[in-house]
Design a protein around this ligand. Structure first.
Ligand code: HEM
Ligand code: MTE
Ligand code: MO
Length: 427
């Protein structure tokens, strides 16, 4: 058998661009696939997502690769082996509060490592109506708590009901499982584009702080009614959520929604324990999270430990002093948080996932793709696309689910084919 040179993962990692040669690993083998990039049936942009690292996490998303002819083809490009001392990524330092965070998919675009905040790359974001769990955007404010499912209890309490302490098996067996397809979007989605207009503080999210899943769990409504809370209540009431993740001072992540939304059968608010048919991944709230469809992601509290009915909104920083909207004339030095309500329903949103800004597109027929979504369960009825800065418009083809009226919780994906003249600049 031929003897191949040995490389470390770091050396492989220096080969991410065609000008540096494109290397990937599979098992312990190293391949130079530069000459295959343009021949890849799935497109050059996709194969480049794996450049400099392991193929397996990407091939796990696309089963077409689990055929013998794909490995045979790959073998032609073998240039080396990984060094035998190449251990799995080093264990995190003791004393690091993030040392217990779970492993993540290498395709995610990371905006912050600790706490972990990451989005699927635009090339993969709208490839599928349901976002694969390992690519679903992650927005963590704190380290991911380690939860023992056996001793986990969810507390439910507040005036007007009896206190409950529910184990995971109780939550699963006492209440019917309800399933909802819902898109979650962070309020910061597309902040990088906002910063091009005027620099704003916060994580520089591109267009991927949004993802869609089929969530399964108990209806919050069923749990509240089981605890004896009335469907109709006089006066102002809120349902507050607390997570098991807490800051250095011991304050948990928290948020609240109005009582009426929590008990409304049409609002579909879930205490979810399943995501796309699997148990919730740790990054997305294992073992139980709230899913509030149509509402800013911040209210869908992960690692849920407590549900409290209260006459006041959640006292949490993230309900009181963050996730609020202000005039452009207000900045961080002059803001008075009490003057604005906490964001609940989000407005309409639409973004182009392909082509990317600045991309060169060949003359001929261009495919433009993207997603569109609205908060509040309002359906997207049409997506119009302009290639000439808004002078003329074409209507895109939509694909998605057909939800009941007022319950359009999921995005639609859209696509348009349009002719492009040579040398044209498209806006
Ligand atoms: C399709 C090889 C990396 C996404 C294919 C096919 C081959 C192939 C041979 C056609 C399979 C068939 O239809 O029988 C490779 C090799 C890779 C690589 C050798 C790395 C060296 C990737 C990566 C992604 C990807 C990293 C995604 C991030 C796809 C997709 C298709 C495909 C979406 C289906 C295209 C279609 O049917 O329209 N690939 N692939 N591939 N690949 Fe890859
Ligand atoms: N819940 C807890 N306990 N801790 C958090 O940091 N982040 C919130 C929300 N729930 C958060 C949380 C924010 S701001 C968003 S946008 C969503 O979770 C993101 O959910 P995801 O990470 O599953 O995409
Ligand atoms: Mo968020």
């Amino acid at each position: 058998a031929p003897r191949y040179p040995r490389y470390t993962r770091e050396e492989v990692g220096r080969h991410r661009l065609p000008q540096d040669r494109v290397w990937v690993t599979h098992g312990t083998e190293v391949f130079d696939v530069t000459d295959f990039v343009e021949l890849h049936p799935g497109g050059a942009d996709k194969i480049l997502l794996a450049a400099g690292g392991a193929l397996e996490p990407f091939w796990a998303l696309y089963a077409v690769h689990s055929q013998p002819h794909v490995l045979e083809l790959l073998r032609e490009y073998k240039v080396g082996e990984l060094s035998p001392e190449e251990a799995p990524p080093a264990a995190a330092a003791a004393g690091d509060p993030f040392a217990g965070d779970p492993p993540r998919h290498p395709g995610l675009r990371v905006n912050s490592q600790k706490p972990f905040n990451a989005e699927p790359p635009a090339e993969l974001l709208a490839e599928r109506f349901l976002t694969p769990n390992e690519l679903f955007f992650t927005r963590n404010h704190l380290p991911v708590p380690a939860v023992d499912p056996g001793s986990y209890r969810l507390r439910v309490e507040g005036p007007g009901g009896r206190a409950l302490s529910l184990s995971l098996p109780e939550l699963r067996s006492r209440f019917p499982k309800h399933e909802v397809t819902a898109t979650l979007q962070c309020a910061g989605n597309r902040r990088a584009e906002m910063s091009q207009v005027r620099p704003v503080k916060g994580l520089p999210w591109d267009i991927g702080a949004i993802s869609t899943a089929r969530w399964g769990g108990a209806r919050l409504r069923d749990v509240l009614l089981h605890a004896g809370f009335e469907e109709e209540r006089e006066g102002e009431w809120h349902v507050c959520f607390e997570g098991l993740d807490a800051d250095a001072g011991g304050a948990p992540y928290g948020a609240s929604i109005p009582y009426g939304r929590a008990v409304s059968p049409a609002a579909d608010v879930l205490l979810a324990y399943e995501m796309n048919g699997e148990e919730l991944p740790r990054d997305h709230g294992f073992p139980v999270r709230v899913v509030v469809p149509g509402v800013v992601g911040a209210r869908s509290v992960k690692w849920l430990r407590r549900v409290a009915v209260s006459p006041a909104e959640s006292p949490s920083h993230w309900q009181q002093n963050d996730y609020k909207g202000f005039s452009p004339c207000v900045d961080w030095d002059t803001v008075d948080y009490k003057t604005a309500p906490a964001i609940q329903e989000l407005p309409v949103q639409s973004a182009i996932t392909h082509p990317r800004p600045g991309a060169a597109v060949p003359a001929g027929e261009l495919t433009v793709k993207g997603y569109a979504w609205s908060g509040g369960g309002r359906p997207v009825v049409r997506v119009d696309v302009s290639l000439d800065g808004g002078r003329t418009w074409r209507v895109a083809r939509l694909s998605g689910e057909r939800p009941p009226p007022g319950r359009a919780w999921a995005w639609v994906l859209w696509e348009l084919q349009a002719p492009v003249a040579a040398g044209a600049e498209l806006e």
